[in-house]
Design a protein around this ligand. Structure first.
Ligand SMILES: [Fe+2]
Length: 463
């Protein structure tokens, strides 16, 4: 079997070999041309996609050590005229195992069929396996969402707080520019970190540095002072757990919802505990608030950031512990509805009806998963886009018609979005973004302030 078989059915075979790739390699296994076409239309244009029509061909790709960063398997590939081909599920299991072996950190496998639960053991081999059934929502949109959550990233973040003046590091360190989604060199391999360099980061509110994923082992081998990257490792692990949670939430292949809801809740609480522990490592809540949140525009970053804001501000504003926990739960779950809607819209400002629908879809998904969360969590999620002036959605609630808790949560949600938008123009500390947010929210532009003035005042007192 030669390479020409890939070229014969399409000319998308353009996988790149090598450990370091900026553009991910995506494999689609399917026998259905329209499925393939739809899938490709829903994947990022900036990716290398290979479509194959048999597992044997895919096995060849794996045996030739082509790195695969994201795999989509249409389970119908195992069927011939509606009937499963004998022994084909074993072939799939074998393929899956060798795929994971050769792409340990990277690969996501998604299966689509009514009986996908046959494959739940795959999840034990690889946490980033998502199982989707074709009958619910748009699997194309959900696959795109899974790609955004799970696809292998070329860079990983380290907290600025973990770097020491006078040290030099065995790898290149970058800072992230949200605008072009680029990484710029901050400290090259072997260069000493000076007080001046570090203070530039602090004054500009840059809480995270980045390194190439492949360089991470190099950093670990280096004689770092004890506990040197403790903050970063904790945050990285927490983010990984959050990925697992999202994977569980979008997986629609299981029926035992009661048990699963409990498991999801346990994971949710574990993630919140972890975030709380990281916050506690900081000398103060205000420092945690300005250094810990991520700057990039991604689903995972927004969820974790909002949980950080929720926990820090509820403590500073003396909310009860149970309420703080509910805020954090809502933070991690509130946008899950985006998994099933087209939310990467062409123009950033065009908030269409579909997008607004994510609030309702979030509720549906969570209800169906039977996660034991309180009515307050549901309420916070349902009202996270409502505003004081009645211009929010879904219900356009006005003024006091929604609770203080919802008003607080909606401010925090929008503050994170606002702050990260500001970072696109120029890095700045959270305090500076808050000043602008506060002023804008109280401005005379609308008949009433955008957010509840009491809530705004309370938060403003903290800064
Ligand atoms: Fe939202």
């Amino acid at each position: 079997m030669g390479l020409n078989m890939f070229n014969s059915n399409n000319n998308t075979f353009a996988f790149e070999k090598g450990k370091y790739r900026l553009i991910p390699n995506i494999l689609i296994l399917s026998k259905n041309f329209s499925f393939e076409k739809n899938m490709m239309a829903n994947l990022p244009r900036k990716s290398r996609i290979c479509t194959l029509h048999s597992i044997t061909a895919a096995n060849y790709l794996v045996s030739e050590k082509y790195p695969i960063d994201f795999t989509i398997i249409d389970e119908a590939i195992l069927y011939e005229k509606q009937k499963i081909i004998e022994g084909s599920s074993n072939i799939l299991t074998e393929f899956y195992s060798s795929l994971i072996q050769n792409n340990s950190k990277a690969t996501v496998v998604i299966l689509f069929n009514e009986n996908s639960s046959n494959y739940k053991n795959f999840k034990k081999l690889n946490y980033s396996t998502v199982l989707l059934i074709k009958n619910q929502y748009s699997i194309f949109l959900m696959t795109n969402f899974s790609y955004q959550i799970f696809c292998w990233q070329s860079y990983r973040s380290l907290l600025t707080r973990d770097f020491l003046v006078g040290e030099s590091y065995p790898v290149d360190l970058y800072f992230y520019r949200p605008k072009g989604q680029e990484y710029s060199m901050f400290l090259s391999k072997g260069e000493t970190l000076t007080t001046l360099k570090l203070s530039t980061l602090i004054s500009r509110g840059i809480g995270h540095l980045y390194l190439k994923n492949q360089d991470f082992d190099e950093l670990l081998k280096y004689a770092l002072p004890k506990g040197a990257i403790h903050f970063s490792e904790e945050l990285h692990y927490t983010r990984k757990k959050y990925k697992m949670l999202i994977g569980e939430l979008i997986d629609n292949s299981k029926n035992d919802y009661m048990k699963r809801g409990q498991e999801i809740n346990t994971l949710l609480i574990e993630i919140i505990d972890r975030i709380q522990n990281i916050i506690n490592l900081f000398p103060s809540k205000v420092e945690a608030l300005s250094e810990l949140p991520f700057s990039d525009d991604s689903f995972l970053s927004h969820g974790i950031n909002l949980a950080i804001y929720s926990l820090c501000f509820s403590k500073l504003l003396k909310f009860e512990n149970a309420t703080a926990l509910d805020f954090a739960k809502a933070a991690l779950l509130h946008d899950i509805g985006k998994a099933a809607i087209a939310y990467k819209i062409d123009t950033d400002t065009d908030i269409n009806t579909d997008y607004k629908n994510h609030v309702e879809v979030s509720r549906q998904i969570l209800k169906q998963r039977m996660i034991p969360i309180s009515s307050l969590v549901y309420k916070l999620i349902h009202e996270h886009h409502e505003t004081y002036n009645g211009l929010g959605y879904p219900n356009g609630l006005i003024g006091k018609s929604f609770s203080d808790e919802s008003a607080f949560f909606s401010v925090l949600n929008n503050l994170d979005l606002f702050h990260r938008q500001q970072l696109e123009n120029e890095y700045r500390p959270l305090k500076k973004s808050w000043g602008l947010f506060y002023k804008k929210s109280l401005s005379e532009e609308w008949l009433a302030p955008t957010y509840n003035p009491n809530v705004l005042q309370k938060i403003n007192d903290i800064f």
